[in-house]
Design a protein around this ligand. Structure first.
Ligand code: CTP
Ligand code: MG
Length: 226
């Protein structure tokens, strides 16, 4: 299975001055934890790391320390996650039939989750890991007034890995460029094109490291795994 890891963000909500994926949790960079999970997932045979060229020297040092046995390709990121994934898709080897896309910032996803998504994508066109939401979610207007309360039984929190048929995902991205769609995950492009996306059970601990609090939570989760 081919794996693309979008890692080209700036980490604005983290509040730092550089890519948050270089911050450390339990003495290792966030991106190192993500790569270790990818290395341990037996189905993953090729890794494409999508990142800003200014981060490549540090990423390369981190990868060298991990002694990975799988090929790792560097792909230049774009201004948005959507553009970064687009670039990643263009860089996939021609033989790639399916692809998993997994955010560099989701460094707590287990190798088992990557493997189960890799197995499942062979049977469908698109899938995402997701978990049922625990909060009651409100739809709120620009004035802070609640408009509605969607039925929680139909609400799921989207995670990555997300898996796709490569040909279809490339078509959806191209359509997105033509139509000017702006989305925050790849499943949304499938949805807009009317192609089915399957949910597979995600992991409660598979959080996306976004704010400084998330670093502390990740620290806690990883220390409990040892
Ligand atoms: N990402 C990317 N290219 C971008 C923006 C984001 O590859 N131009 C990646 C991030 O590196 C991250 C994933 O997409 O692994 C999810 O994005 P997010 O958590 O929003 O990270 P950032 O965009 O870096 O953070 P922020 O939105 O707070 O700036
Ligand atoms: Mg972002």
């Amino acid at each position: 299975m081919y794996l693309l890891i979008p890692s080209a963000g700036i980490g604005k909500r983290m509040g730092g001055t550089r890519n948050k994926l270089l911050l450390e949790v339990r003495s290792q960079a966030i991106i190192a934890w993500t790569l270790k999970a990818a290395a341990a997932a037996s189905t993953i045979k090729w890794i494409g790391i999508i990142s800003q060229p200014c981060d490549w020297p540090e990423f390369k040092d981190i990868i060298a320390d991990l002694n990975l046995t799988k090929p790792v390709e560097f792909i230049a990121g774009g201004d948005t996650r959507q553009e970064s994934v687009y670039n990643g898709l263009q860089a996939l080897p021609a033989t790639a039939e399916h692809v998993l896309i997994h955010d560099g910032a989701r460094c707590l996803a287990t190798p088992d989750l990557l493997d189960s998504c890799a197995e499942a994508i062979r049977q469908c066109s698109g899938l995402i890991a997701a978990v049922p939401v625990k909060d009651t979610i409100k739809v709120v207007d620009d004035h802070g007034i609640i408009q509605s309360t969607p039925d929680r039984r139909q609400l799921w929190a989207a995670q990555t890995p997300q898996g796709f048929n490569v040909k279809l995902l490339k078509e959806c991205h191209a359509q997105g460029v033509r139509q000017g769609w702006e989305v925050t995950d790849d499943a949304a492009l499938f949805e807009k094109c009317g192609i089915e996306v399957q949910i597979v059970p995600g992991e409660e601990t598979n959080l996306k490291i976004t704010t400084p609090q998330d670093l502390a939570i990740a620290e806690f989760i990883l220390s409990n795994r040892e």
